[in-house]
Design a protein around this ligand. Structure first.
Ligand code: HEC
Ligand code: HEC
Length: 265
């Protein structure tokens, strides 16, 4: 009887270990379906689709100057490694596609929709990373330290873009444009990518929070109404002072002369 009992208990052990294995597999499956990051595969598919669409848009509108593989040509620089931020900046400000070679690309109405810009950016980003499109929330702008943003603006930007962000000419037919139409995203993108003769302001120089503060300050400068009334075109303190001198003191002089002329001696 003993051998038969051993065989039965071995069979029972085998059956119970099969049951444990089955339970283990089942619970792993259930856990996986509950805990696995949802929509991951779908997201990757979306990203691939954006890159594919972006490549098609690129081939049509940009490759003549920047080369079929974005490696650059005699009429446009290489775009490998410039990052999504550079594409978003250049295309959303209408600078690209460039109509004709010029000293500097002008701001124009954007030719591509926001979705198309994202697709172009996804394609260029897929060729080699670079600065990403900054995500700036309204809350972050509201919370920004305006006076610190102002200090940073005067120290880093005002020498080119002028004290009230109206822009100013540079050398060789180039100019620092007015910032009155720039969105906060475009302002941070310009800092991170340094278009044309503008220097790059990296993370280590002006960090994320400070960059938002600069953007908030520029918004404040260009979008808020003049508290003093007529702004004289916001040309800054020197022209405004000169106008004050000419009109104010000049006007008083005219009054004095008039009084003097009427005085019968
Ligand atoms: C007629 C030629 C031409 C066409 C078409 C053109 N570009 Fe450009 N692109 C240039 C030149 C020249 C520059 C550099 C001068 C400048 O930045 O003003 C440039 C600069 C850029 C930059 C900045 C690179 C950097 O180093 O920051 C980006 C990004 C860019 N182009 C993207 C595009 C995209 C996207 C398109 C298509 C929608 C496009 N360009 C179409 C000529 C062109
Ligand atoms: C050396 C001069 C120089 C300095 C300093 C400079 N910029 Fe610029 N900036 C330029 C030039 C030149 C352009 C035009 C680039 C182009 O058209 O491709 C420009 C373009 C821009 C634009 C795009 C404007 C538009 O059309 O919407 C923004 C925004 C901007 N700068 C913000 C800044 C900020 C913020 C700072 C300081 C952190 C700064 N710049 C410092 C020269 C400068």
């Amino acid at each position: 009887r003993a051998p038969r009992g051993r065989a039965a208990s071995a069979r029972r052990r085998r059956r119970s270990s099969a049951l444990v294995l089955l339970l283990g597999l089942l619970s792993t499956g259930v856990l996986w379906s509950v805990l696995a990051p949802g929509g991951n595969a779908a997201q990757t598919a979306d990203a691939n689709e954006a890159v594919r669409q972006g490549r098609a848009l690129y081939a049509q509108g940009c490759s003549t100057c920047h080369g079929l593989g974005a490696q650059g040509s005699t009429t446009g620089p290489s775009l490998i490694g410039v990052g999504a931020a550079a594409v978003d900046f250049q295309v959303s400000t209408g600078r690209m596609p460039l109509a004709a070679p010029a000293a500097q690309a002008d701001r124009k109405p954007a030719l591509y929709s926001q979705t198309q810009i994202e697709q172009l950016a996804a394609y260029i980003d897929s060729l080699g990373g670079g600065p990403e499109v900054p995500k700036i929330t309204d809350a972050a702008l509201d919370d920004a330290d305006l006076s610190h943003g102002g200090e940073l603006y005067r120290a880093n930007c005002a020498q080119c873009h002028q004290a009230v962000a109206q822009g100013a000419p540079l050398t060789y037919g180039k100019f620092a444009p007015s910032l009155s139409e720039s969105t906060p995203t475009q302002i941070v993108e310009a800092m991170r990518t340094g278009p044309e003769s503008m220097p790059v302001f990296g993370d280590r120089q002006i960090d994320e929070k400070d960059a938002v503060a600069v953007a908030a300050y520029v918004e404040h400068l260009t979008k808020s109404k003049s508290p003093g009334g007529f702004s004289l075109g916001k040309y800054g303190p020197v022209p405004e002072g000169l106008l004050g001198l000419l009109v104010g003191v000049g006007g008083l002089l005219v009054v004095c002369l008039w009084i003097g002329a009427r005085q019968k001696v």
